[in-house]
Design a protein around this ligand. Structure first.
Ligand code: HDD
Length: 724
């Protein structure tokens, strides 16, 4: 018997309530077999005598072990590693002139959503901090059916045609002979493929940028990537691109930090999402669209159907429609996050496809993959995948069918059931595909309008600040230095040189190579065996684009200096200065940040006023890479801190990763043993950016200074030139 417990909390919605019929609560219940027989002894198998063999008759043990043996399902072929949460979309700006989709027209309805974030290449248990694209897949449970927006945190893709997707994924996944490396693109097969695919160059710029090592899932943009269509009630279509802009701004970690987080907490992003929602700090995005009238389809330098291109926001601004909020963690990871099945082909009236050949191929792939992953065409009946709109059709049976379709009729047309379930007219909400006129030859080719591969790659690179450019150069050096085949490195330098010579030369210097004088012609790129490759040569760079601030994370206009949910480590020794800890802690918490006490041991330490204070972490069990800033109060036990290598490492890493560091009076000797001490030793009068040392004079402004610096996310001016 199930408890019919109400869904707890106010953060419920129509989908969360609908899931209640599948929730199971064991509290106060007897343990039973799958078939309801109460179990008397769950610890021992049935045996012939105390020391005798187990009996085949033991239906209880057989059932338990059989179920266990079959617990696993195939992981996703891509995006295997991920995390999800429930929430809602709230419309503030209805757009009936562009789309008839109900959830984009009716401001009185909050649409339930389930969002799954993911990395692409790694296995289910791989680190969250891999350099990789992040998936950003949203299931909108609308009243007219499910709309899935299956996007990424990067607005372009590696390839232009779905035909190349298996090749791309085979190249990036661990190499097939030894299954190395895990969750990393830094290996020969990936760069071999990329170096022969000039169309990937724009995406490579993004994937080598800090966008590929986000600080948090909550601090990433989301993009639908392809151009889709909106269709209004009059049947008029408008091209549309989907955008999600995070309320907390778009932020990343630095590469050295990513490497260390992978060791310290491979669940860093998963934990961050979970903890933020549990603590009521709900992740939020503005949902916006770029709209292009059908008549303007050909007015751009690039093809709207080419998924390796953005529409710069300076050309078409993003119109905000409303906000997306995540406010509830799943009850069960497997049931919800693992079994959720997304599909770009799940659309509702008012949203339709463009002819982007990458999108068109995806429309096949996603249902197909669920059949092998979830095992049956009935995957839509799995609770998380169930629509909240009425669902009736003549599809029947199959493995694990849940629905009990009543009646003798499972066909259409029929007269025995009055023709039901009946077709819906357009006015009744029936989906009618956009009446696009198509007159064409059947050809297996790539449009010539898809052959400008370098201009937007160059636009992206030149829109970055110097720090961000340096990070791209370092990432390329890192990745290509892991490639063993020199010819691949050289081919990549040839391609990079077509994007930006300075970039190519700096990467080449890190590899001890020269940029090749003329790039090698890629083999059969985008053409069939009989085609003339000359005709399909990539177009040379057209450098007419103005830099776009929307592409930089550092100067991105949507970034605010909020410190909400940022984590600050307080490195406290025994007898720490309680007054200074409390003053900063209270001020941080008032602004929604989290203060964590890190001490010499687990349990509690005692402050200078005698208060026993619980430590959240120890110097040994944590690291500054898990925090956004550190503060070191004075302590009676300062000597022990000064002798502790973990404490010194904490401070050095925080300094190297450009984080804010605050230190109390009395910490001079400790700091003198760190990078900070070395820097200050050179010049006693120097102040180090983002290092705020408390003095008698600045007592009044210390806390506000610390908070202001934390709001900058990183103190980039501290970063030493990594690139010579
Ligand atoms: Fe894909 C999963 C995003 C191209 C085939 N894809 C998947 C997920 C995301 C994306 C976010 C994970 C969904 C989840 O959390 O369950 N994929 C993209 C984007 C693409 C893209 C933004 C290009 C713009 N994908 C793409 C192509 C193909 C696929 C061209 C095949 C031709 N993708 C799949 C898949 C997956 C998938 C194999 C694996 C698991 C799944 O579908 O449900 O079918």
């Amino acid at each position: 018997m199930k408890n019919n417990k109400p869904t707890p909390g106010s953060n419920s919605n129509a989908k969360v309530e609908e899931l209640e019929r599948n929730r199971e609560y064991s509290e106060g219940q007897f343990i039973t077999t799958d078939h309801g027989t109460r179990i008397n002894n769950d610890h021992n198998s049935l045996k012939a005598g105390e020391r005798g063999p187990s009996l085949l008759e033991d239906f209880i043990m057989r059932e338990k072990i059989t179920h266990f043996d079959h617990e696993r399902i195939p992981e996703r072929i891509v995006h295997a590693r991920g995390s999800g949460a429930h929430g809602y979309f709230e419309l503030t700006n209805p757009i009936p002139e562009f789309t008839k989709a109900g959830f984009l027209n009716d401001t009185s309805v909050k649409t339930p959503v389930f969002l799954r974030f993911s990395t692409v290449a790694g296995f289910r248990g791989s680190t969250d901090l891999a350099r990789d694209v992040r998936g950003f897949a949203i299931k909108f449970y609308t009243q007219e059916g499910i709309f899935d927006m299956v996007g990424n945190n990067i607005p372009v893709f590696f390839i232009q045609d779905a035909m190349k997707f298996p090749d791309l994924i085979h190249a990036v996944k661990p190499e097939p002979h030894n299954e190395i490396p895990q969750a990393a693109s830094a290996h020969d097969t990936f760069w071999d493929f990329i170096s022969l695919m000039p169309e990937s160059m724009h995406m490579i710029m993004w994937a080598m940028s800090d966008r590929a090592i986000p600080r948090s899932y909550r601090m990433m943009e989301g993009f639908g990537i392809h151009t889709f269509r909106f269709v209004n009630a009059e049947g008029k279509s408008t091209f549309v691109k989907f955008h999600f802009k995070p309320k907390l701004g778009t932020h990343a970690v630095v590469w050295d930090e990513a490497l260390k987080i992978s060791g310290n907490d491979p669940d860093f992003h998963r934990r961050d999402l979970w903890e933020a929602i549990e603590s009521g700090s709900f992740p939020e995005w503005d949902f916006g669209v770029q709209l292009v009238a059908e008549e303007d389809e050909h007015k751009f330098d690039f093809d709207l159907l080419d998924p390796t291109k953005i529409i710069p926001e300076e050309l078409v601004p993003v119109t905000i429609l409303g906000k997306l909020v995540l406010n509830r963690n799943p009850d069960n990871f497997f049931a919800e996050t693992e079994q959720v099945a997304f599909h770009p082909g799940h659309v509702v009236p008012g949203i339709d496809f463009s002819n982007d050949p990458l999108l068109q191929g995806r429309l096949f792939s996603y249902t197909d993959t669920q059949l092998s992953r979830l095992g049956s065409p009935n995957f839509h009946e799995i609770p998380i995948n169930r629509t909240i709109a009425p669902m009736h059709n003549n599809q029947r049976d199959g493995h694990m069918r849940q629905e009990i379709n009543v009646g003798r009729v499972a066909y259409s047309p029929n007269s025995l059931a009055n023709g039901d379930p009946k077709q819906a007219t357009e006015a009744e909400g029936g989906f009618v595909s956009y009446h696009e006129r198509i007159e064409a030859h059947k050809v297996r080719t790539r449009s010539e309008s898809f052959s400008d591969h370098f201009s937007q790659a160059a636009l992206f690179f030149k829109s970055q600040t110097e720090v961000e450019q340096n990070h791209i150069i370092s990432a390329l050096r890192f990745e290509l230095s892991k490639v063993e085949t020199e010819a691949i490195r050289v081919r990549m330098l040839g391609l990079l040189n077509q994007v930006n010579t300075d970039l190519a030369e700096k990467v080449a210097a890190g590899l001890g190579l020269d940029v090749p004088a003329s790039p090698e012609r890629p083999m059969n790129h985008g053409v069939g065996a009989d085609a003339d490759p000359e005709k399909h040569e990539p177009k040379p760079l057209n450098d007419n684009y103005e830099p776009s601030v929307a592409l930089s994370m550092v100067v991105n206009p949507t970034n605010s200096n909020t410190i909400e949910s940022r984590k600050v480590a307080f490195l406290c020794g025994e007898g720490f200065n309680e007054a200074s800890v409390n003053a900063l802690k209270e001020a941080l918490e008032a602004k929604g940040a989290k203060a964590k006490i890190v001490g010499p041991h687990a349990g509690a330490i005692t402050g200078d006023a005698g208060t026993a204070t619980k430590t959240d972490f120890t110097f040994f069990s944590s690291s500054s890479v898990l925090f956004d800033a550190i503060y070191i109060p004075d302590a009676k036990g300062m000597k022990a801190l000064e002798a502790n290598d973990n404490v010194i490492q904490y401070i050095n890493d925080a300094y190297r990763h450009c984080k804010v560091i605050g230190a109390d009076i009395g910490t001079d000797t400790l700091l003198s043993k760190t990078t900070i001490g070395n820097k200050l030793a050179d010049n006693k009068d120097t102040t180090l950016p983002g290092v705020i040392l408390q003095t008698d004079e600045n007592a009044g402004s210390f806390v506000t200074d610390f908070i202001a610096q934390l709001g900058r996310h990183r103190i980039w001016e501290r970063e030493e030139a990594i690139v010579m």
